[in-house]
Design a protein around this ligand. Structure first.
Ligand code: SAM
Ligand code: DTB
Ligand code: SF4
Length: 332
């Protein structure tokens, strides 16, 4: 039986005090411990590679203060209707050819309408047929919608808690923290894997980062993927002038996520375009083992593929095998 406070078992009973204490550890001790746990639970030197595509862009009725896609913020973004299934399939083919193993389709919805969901389901089937893992992020779901997506073969649903329960209402007014938890519960109950994380650098206090990770790590089952986004400050959004988070505080957030959720893939998500290679390497050392790969996130930029390929080479990182290669490895 492991002692409380040891970081080698998978626990969902973390206290706020314990999470706070992890953040307060000397930087080097924290990173060392995170890498120790990383090596125990994850493949060292392997990175899971996902590609994002915005399948429906902008004109979102929600008011999320960070988001360029809200209809309430004047960001100059050109809205676009739900893409055609063949267009999405073609983009997924390209993503697979360039090395991605998971394809994540994002739509700027508060929640999907039945007609839209039918079309997204056709997209999921087409992407799945290519041998890619599928992920979608479409806003709030009912239990029935979650089941429809699961039946269509959706592997992951992304729905972020975004920040702490206390800071959440300062950033988003059109839906509540509890709404987010309800959708996560519906996704889990339908049997899908959960991709859930948040954003840092939105002017939150360190205690908000403690509470955000505490919320994720005390879900009955940890999310399988935990995206940690560093705010992309888009002109025209209410958070455009937020002071950037200190780089080492960002790395600490990754390390604490790794320690709290040892089996999860922690994704170094939005914000990489503004990070140098050395900072990204430090994030990988702290336990990040997933990235979004491809020149665009949803509407903002991401490092170009050649740059990422070179970064992988320089750090001797390899892409984690996708579903097809894993099957071959298991049977052959
Ligand atoms: N509309 C759906 C929703 O909100 O769940 C799905 C798409 S939404 C763009 C997905 C996530 O992207 C948000 O929950 C947020 O965490 C992240 N995001 C949006 N804008 C961002 C920004 N400017 N910087 C960092 N992350 C951002
Ligand atoms: C996540 O946590 N980050 C991604 C994905 N899940 C959907 C989105 C980042 C969006 C960054 C701003 C943009 O490109 O619009
Ligand atoms: Fe809409 Fe999602 Fe952007 Fe919020 S984060 S404004 S729900 S697209």
């Amino acid at each position: 039986m492991a002692e409380r406070g040891e970081t080698t078992t998978v626990r969902s009973d973390w206290t706020l005090g314990e999470v706070r204490a992890l953040f307060a550890r000397p930087f080097m001790d924290l990173i060392f411990e995170a890498q120790r746990v990383h090596r125990r639970f994850q493949r060292p030197n392997a990175i899971q590679v996902s590609t994002l595509l915005s399948v429906k862009t902008g004109a979102c009725p929600e008011d999320c203060g960070y988001c360029p896609q809200s209809v309430r913020h004047d960001t100059g973004l050109e809205p676009a209707e739900l893409l055609e299934v063949e267009t999405v399939a073609e983009r997924a083919r390209l993503a697979k050819a360039s090395g991605a193993t998971r394809f994540c389709m994002g739509a700027a919805y508060r929640s999907p309408k039945p007609k839209d969901l039918r079309k997204v389901i056709a997209m999921i089937r087409a992407v799945k047929d290519l041998g890619l893992e599928t992920c979608a992020t479409l806003g709030m779901l009912t239990a029935a919608q979650a089941h429809e997506l699961k039946d269509a073969g959706l592997d992951y649903y992304n729905h972020n808690i975004d920040t702490s329960p206390a800071y959440y209402p300062k950033v988003i007014g059109t839906r509540s923290f509890q709404d987010r938890l309800d959708t996560l519960q519906a996704v889990r109950a339908a049997g899908m894997q959960v991709c859930c994380g948040g954003i840092v650098g939105m002017g939150e206090e360190p205690e908000d980062r403690v509470a955000m990770l505490h919320t994720l790590a005390t879900l009955p089952t940890h999310p399988e993927s935990v995206p940690i986004n560093r705010l992309v400050r888009v002109a025209g959004t209410p958070l455009a002038d937020s002071a950037p988070i200190d780089s080492f505080d960002f790395v600490r957030t990754i390390a604490v996520a790794r320690l709290l959720m040892p089996r999860a893939h922690v994704r170094l998500s939005a914000g990489r375009a503004e990070m140098n290679d050395e900072l990204q390497a430090l994030c990988f050392l702290a336990g990040a083992n997933s990235i979004f790969y491809g020149e665009k996130l949803l509407t903002t930029g991401n490092p170009d593929c050649e740059h990422d390929a070179r970064l992988f080479d320089r750090l001797n990182l390899v892409a984690e095998p996708g579903p097809e290669e894993s099957r071959v490895a298991a049977t052959g």
